[in-house]
Design a binder for this molecule. Sequence first.
Ligand code: MRU
Length: 356
Amino acid sequence: MVSSSHVLNLPVTLGWEDDQLRILDQTRLPQESTIETLTNAYEVWRAIHELRVRGAPAIGVAAAYGLCVAVRKSQHLSLDAFRAEMKEQAAYLDSARPTAVNLSWSLKRMQRAADRSNATDAATLYRTLVSEAQAIHREDQDLCERIGQHGAQLIRPGSGVLTHCNAGALATTGLGTATAPIYTAQRDGVAFRVFADETRPLLQGARLTAYELQRAGVDVTLITDSMAASLMAQGRVDVVIVGADRVAANGDFANKIGTLNLAIVSRHFGVPFYVACPSSTLDLDTPNGAGIVIEQRGGNEVTQLGGRAVAPPGIKVSNPAFDVTPHDLVTGYITEAGIIRAPFAVNLAAQFGQAA
Ligand code: MRU
């Protein structure tokens, strides 16, 4: 698999080679870099559901290629039967995780490409789907670059930048979203430091963000989630940049559990709080955060750490994977079109109404 960002030595999340979808199994990082080939719809569904490929934009790209994997063996069917099969497989893949809108965004886009196609046989329509998935993949890399260019101005020499979860190269197929300004500033030779929240329960910050930033030569310090307020109280954080899984029309957004705490403490200490995301993460059909479905995950993610029990047997557990941050705690959205500021309901629609 080939990296678009080899200058920074970033890990490559996924690739399409010889009509095969290959992913880096993120559940094994940072200890092992294992590439897995996904050969059928169930394997793609499971890889997304089990977070081997995760992060909103990466899920979108994986699902687009995943749909190609799912219908590849159906090219002998009649065109109508192939189209019906494609619809069924898209609905199945869409059920892998509920919160990141990029999953359904990309599958709808694949469907539109099929609807537009004037292919007269299934094999030709299959090639159209592969081309569309490759376009989604290329665009994702380009969106990350542009987010980086717009967001880098927020990082000055000596800045302390705090981020949560992994909205990095591993969550996309390019520079990441929250990390795109970081990598861009790094490439520009700016000297700054990043604090990465470990991000319980699954430690995406420790396992993934700390890993990829360190690999890219960024000055990164790992902290536990509960340390952010204390760092801010000491004046060591100048800006917070996080990613998003879904942004509602009024600017409320869902991101990894713990993001809301961070937004609240940022407001308390007067630290600017930015959300970096491409327009594919906008859901302008959902009016506000109350309409965002939050994924609930298994209790063992909380009661175990590294496969070992850290809580008494039989304890009740709550494990929502995401929380919703209200728009009034957001300083701005760093998007491919620039930094969007309040009023978000007006400015997001004005910028992206047509596209979304
Ligand atoms: O459960 P995950 O690891 O898929 O959660 C990922 C996040 O919450 C990211 O911050 C979000 O998807 C933005 S990725 C650019």
